[in-house]
Write a protein that binds this ligand. Structure first.
Ligand code: GDP
Ligand code: IMO
Ligand code: MG
Length: 427
């Protein structure tokens, strides 16, 4: 089974970084195929914590090839900072273990400015974006006014494309938003010199990944964000601007969909969401505070407190179904230790209406809450448990019950942030 998709099955921050790092030990190539530095993937190795935004989470394992595919929106400043930051901590990062697609679209300063300005104009309807320029950069890609990494590498070509793009952006920034425009020469010089520093990493990543798969290498596709933030399947318009699940791989990695052998979702044993938008199983007050404190639920990219809620069965079934998941990994089970009763949202409700399945046809989930069912909790510390049979009985029963509700097997359980804190079942 050489090619595996690993995607977030909730609203992001499910623990993808930790799990990808763990699975990378048995992989050869790890590929990011969408999103950008809006992602924050945490990997904990002993006393060291790494937060990766663009570089795939296989980078901490020597000898693995990490690939940033053409579907990623690349902020070159962030990319180079991340390379420098890892090197300063003694992690080997060079063109032999990090490859960057020539066709990845570039995030410019004006994308970040426009992201923030658009949020101001949305007012009450603001999305709560990460401010990393993601929406405007993908909009330009689709509008065919974007610049790609390969464009930065050819200054004359870059000059023509950037001049046209910036003229339009500056008109928008000045005349619509009433803000200072960007100086063309400054931007051009800056991004061409950034391009020079990217050059050694740049290649046709799709060709390399396909060749690796042809050679029997094990390829892991690392999703960013979560499926409920997917531009098509998520809680639109409170979503990110890419296809976060399996559907993003073909276009974003340049890899034929039929060659993906296995698909695995990642979900917390409860739910979190950062930013605005509907969250049917959201908790408020003391219950939410308790979960936030126990799980240290603060954003890895923006530091914002994460909204916390109950595990959401209808959304999870929907996520796994659309991604053809063969199973899923449950993270943060340890965070539920000490709760007398653990409740799970099993049906959606709005007034007299009930939904067993996720109602993807509605314009909004606003006003929908969940009907919850509970199971007894446990008090024992489970962070040192490595075998399913060694979990407290009620923890085992909780996992098995959620598994039945979701209708898909739990392949692995994570019981702490460290790469070793997992209970393997079938992965
Ligand atoms: P990602 O975006 O999906 O990679 O997730 P983040 O890194 O944004 O957030 C997950 C947080 O949970 C990080 O702080 C991880 O170190 C932490 N984490 C991952 N797995 C576990 C777990 O099983 N238990 C606990 N307590 N923390 C975990
Ligand atoms: P990882 O990969 C959680 C959310 C933002 C906002 C919405 C749109 O770490 O799981 P954007 O900046 O993408 O235009 O913001 O999506 N968001 C995330 N939430 N985890 C992430 O990434 C996220 N990336 C974006 O908070 O609600
Ligand atoms: Mg994250």
């Amino acid at each position: 089974m050489p090619c595996t998709s690993v995607f977030g099955a909730q609203w992001g921050d499910e623990g993808k970084g930790k799990i990808i790092d763990r699975l990378s030990a048995n992989a050869d190539v790890v590929v990011r195929y969408q999103g950008g530095a809006n992602a924050g993937h945490t990997v904990v190795v002993g006393a060291e914590e790494y937060i990766l935004h663009l570089i795939p989470s296989g980078i901490l394992h020597p000898g693995k090839v990490n690939v940033i595919g053409q579907g990623v929106a690349l902020d070159p400043v962030q990319f180079l900072d991340e390379v420098d930051g890892l090197r300063a901590r003694g992690v080997a990062v060079d063109p032999s273990n990090l490859r960057l697609s020539a066709n990845a679209h570039v995030i410019f300063e004006y994308h970040m400015r426009l992201d923030q300005l658009a949020e101001r104009w949305r007012g009450e309807g603001r999305i709560g974006t990460t401010g990393r320029g993601i929406g405007p950069a993908y909009a330009d890609k689709t509008a065919r006014t974007g610049l790609r990494v390969c464009d930065l590498l050819e200054p004359e070509h870059c000059k023509t494309r950037l001049r046209a793009a910036l003229a339009e952006k500056n008109a928008l920034i000045e005349r619509v938003h009433g803000c200072e425009p960007f100086d063309f020469d400054t931007q051009f010089d800056r991004y061409v010199s950034l391009g020079d520093r990217l050059r050694s990493f740049v290649c046709d990543t799709g060709a390399e990944v396909r060749a690796a798969a042809d050679g029997g290498k094990h390829v892991l596709f690392e999703g960013a964000q979560g499926f409920m933030l997917d531009i098509d399947g998520g809680t639109y318009p409170y979503v990110t601007s890419s296809n976060t699940g399996v559907a993003g791989i073909a276009a974003g990695a340049g890899f034929p969909p039929g060659r993906i052998d296995r698909s695995i979702g990642i979900a917390k044993a409860y739910c979190t969401r950062v930013g605005e938008g509907p969250f049917p199983s959201e908790l408020h007050g003391a219950e939410a505070e308790r979960l936030r404190a126990a799980g240290n639920e603060f954003g890895a990219t923006t530091g914002r407190p994460r909204r916390c809620g109950l595990f959401d069965v209808p959304a999870m079934r929907y996520s796994l179904e659309l991604n053809g998941a063969d199973g899923w990994i449950m993270t943060n089970l340890d965070v539920l230790t000490g709760f007398d009763e653990i409740r799970v949202g099993t049906r959606y409700r709005r007034g007299d209406e009930r939904w067993h399945d996720y109602p993807a046809h509605l314009p909004t989930l606003a006003g929908i809450t969940v009907e919850a069912e509970g199971r007894p909790g446990w008090t024992e510390d489970i962070t040192g448990v490595r075998m399913f049979a060694d979990l407290p009985r009620t923890a085992r029963e909780y996992v098995q019950w959620v598994e039945e509700q979701v209708g898909s097997p739990v392949l692995m359980i994570s019981v702490g942030p460290d790469r070793d804190q997992v209970i393997d079942r079938e992965v």
